[in-house]
Write a new protein. Structure first.
Length: 301
């Protein structure tokens, strides 16, 4: 690494507004999973997911702070601005999900049967989980692209929406594998193909932006992203029409939830979740297409 002629340590990484937000993220994240691990407790897939979110976000945040404080990020083959912007958005989505799931499944008013001490630890962990979400959302707010500012693609509205689209697609996949009966019709299988294709391409777009390899492509990356987004709008529009018809029309499915359907293992519930988030992602892709007409990004920032 060539010397920049400046100080070896970047104190602005800790004292700037973004640096302070990251220090708070590290503090709140460590406090949250420590409270849960020490006495709060967790169980099943929901609790494991929450612990993964808090430990994963904590580890990456420590990595980012360390790299920026020591200038080590200049040694990495990453587009650092794209990487930090993408992670901040992903961490915001993951932390808000954990901040909702943990109190929903593990916090209770009474002390029985876990005891008052464990209940208090869980309440405290839930509070810090909420503060962790606020800290990550603050970083997204501080680092997002401003009008007229030359910035990384992932810091733009279009780039941030890519992370949200992929996250929503993961929710759809989770509902699909939860006994959604998507293999019953060719039409619903087409919808699964739409979700999978758009998810893969969106992840590839993010990966190329984060690694800073867009300039090496033989085709114009920016224009290709806009064309793909337009195609994703068309594909999701077809899924938004087909999925509800083949799941909730009385000819193919059930317009109402079956009365004898088991809670937590009901195909109708999974189909409803998929339908809702199909429309959510359709809206996200439409917004992405609208914003992509107004931005220009620099791949090497």
């Amino acid at each position: 690494m060539e010397s920049t002629g400046g100080p070896y340590l970047n104190t602005a990484a800790l004292t700037s507004p973004v640096g302070i937000a990251r220090l708070l993220q590290m503090t709140f994240g460590c406090t949250t999973f420590s409270l849960v691990a020490h006495r709060g407790g967790f169980s099943a897939a929901y609790g494991t997911f929450c612990m993964f979110v808090w430990t994963f976000c904590f580890a990456i945040t420590v990595f980012i702070i360390t790299c920026e404080f020591t200038h080590l990020h200049s040694c990495l083959s990453l587009s650092w601005g794209n990487f930090t912007a993408a992670f901040a958005m992903l961490a915001t989505l993951m932390s808000v999900t954990a901040a909702v799931i943990y109190p929903l499944y593990f916090v209770q008013v009474g002390c029985y049967p876990i005891g008052c001490e464990a209940r208090d630890f869980r309440i405290a962990a839930s509070v810090f989980a909420g503060l962790l979400f606020v800290a990550y959302a603050t970083e997204v707010f501080l680092t997002r692209a401003k009008p007229g500012q030359v910035t990384s693609y992932m810091a733009t509205i279009s780039g941030l929406l890519k992370i949200v689209q992929a996250f929503v697609a993961c929710i759809i996949f989770g509902a699909l594998v939860n006994d959604s009966q998507y293999g019953k019709y060719v039409a619903t299988q087409w919808c699964v193909a739409v979700y999978s294709f758009c998810f893969v391409v969106t992840v590839v777009v993010v990966a190329f932006s984060v690694t800073g390899k867009t300039a090496l492509l033989w085709f114009p990356f920016e224009r290709s992203v806009v064309i793909y987004t337009f195609g994703a709008v068309l594909l999701y529009t077809s899924a938004a029409v087909i999925w509800p018809v083949f799941c909730f029309d009385s000819k193919y499915g059930s317009p109402r939830r079956p009365g004898l359907c088991a809670k937590g293992r009901c195909p109708w519930d999974s189909q409803l979740v998929i339908a809702i988030f199909t429309y959510v992602n359709l809206l996200l892709y439409v917004l992405d297409l609208a914003y992509s007409q107004r931005i220009r990004f620099v791949s090497h920032l």
